[in-house]
Design a protein around this ligand. Structure first.
Ligand code: GLU
Length: 270
């Protein structure tokens, strides 16, 4: 092996010191945030690589309050079924992904919030008038997403006899609905309204308008991190009081013709 000259070694050390932030300009690690990538109006990775949606705006506001600029956020894709896991394994600092606060999830993660209230509903093809109440679903083919409260609600209470196709994401359910493989897809009305309003989908689908559950969205964080929970709760309250919440809701749900609920009071964690 060739022994490097002392000068070369010093140069390597100097370089390493700059890269790690010692001595040179401190390079801040980005904050990683889990969002959905395929839910228009909520969490969406657009074709040009930018991110849009209400959860993106909420996450960006919260990150700013935690000391991170927009370009210091690394958005990571989460699915309904892996949100707890990604938080538990520190893959993300927090999750803002149409994430309903409930006790089962609270066994694994903590939540800040709530910051939004949605209701479970159904999306059908525009010419279908055959579903008017939850019981009608017992004879229908439904699509929902693995790990979601929507799939769980159908199985356990809304329509236990319905056939439910469970897929990894709602955009896959939309394809199944469009191709007549299922009669309806079910999840939060906030999500369904986004798909119905998406460019290219206009006039193809409609929401049935049933109010099948209350879904209180929270920001998922590591269990036991009460300091972070407090900071995020403060950020969410500030987002409401300074008008940014209302602006984000209007911007993201405006064209979806979606009657959203007013901002809930932040209560998680006391
Ligand atoms: N809000 C529901 C849930 O957290 C449905 C939406 C979703 O799957 O992200 O499961």
């Amino acid at each position: 092996m060739k022994v490097p000259k002392a000068g070369a070694v010093a140069a390597v050390i100097a370089l390493a010191a700059t890269a790690s932030g010692c001595g040179g300009e401190a390079k801040k690690e980005p904050i990683s945030v889990g969002i959905k990538f395929d839910q228009p109006g909520i969490g969406m990775r657009e074709a040009d690589g930018t991110f849009t949606g209400f959860d993106v705006d909420v996450a960006t506001y919260v990150a700013k309050e935690l000391g991170y600029k927009a370009n210091e956020i690394e958005f990571k894709q989460v699915y309904s079924s892996d949100r707890e896991l990604l938080i538990q394994y520190n893959e993300v600092k927090f999750v803002a992904a149409s994430y309903t606060i409930n006790d089962k999830r609270r066994e694994k993660v903590d939540f800040a919030g709530p910051y939004f209230v949605a209701h479970q509903d159904l999306l059908v093809r525009a010419d279908d008038n055959s579903i008017t109440k939850a019981e009608d679903l017992n004879t229908k083919r439904l699509c929902s997403v693995t790990g979601s409260t929507s799939a769980e609600n159908v199985r356990s209470k809304l329509a236990p006899k319905a056939s439910v196709l469970e897929l990894g994401g709602y955009s896959e359910c939309l394809v199944a609905l469009q191709d007549n493989l299922v009669d309806a897809m079910t999840t939060d009305n906030s999500i369904l309204a986004g798909y119905a309003a998406r460019k290219g989908n206009e006039g193809k689908f409609k929401l049935v308008g049933l109010n099948l559950s209350n879904e209180n969205y929270g920001i998922g964080i590591k269990k036991g991190d009460s300091a972070l929970q407090k900071k995020i709760n403060a950020a969410l309250s500030k987002m409401v009081s300074d008008g940014s919440w209302e602006a984000a809701v209007k911007k993201n749900f405006g064209q979806a013709n979606y009657k959203y609920e007013p901002a809930p009071r932040v209560t998680a964690g006391g």
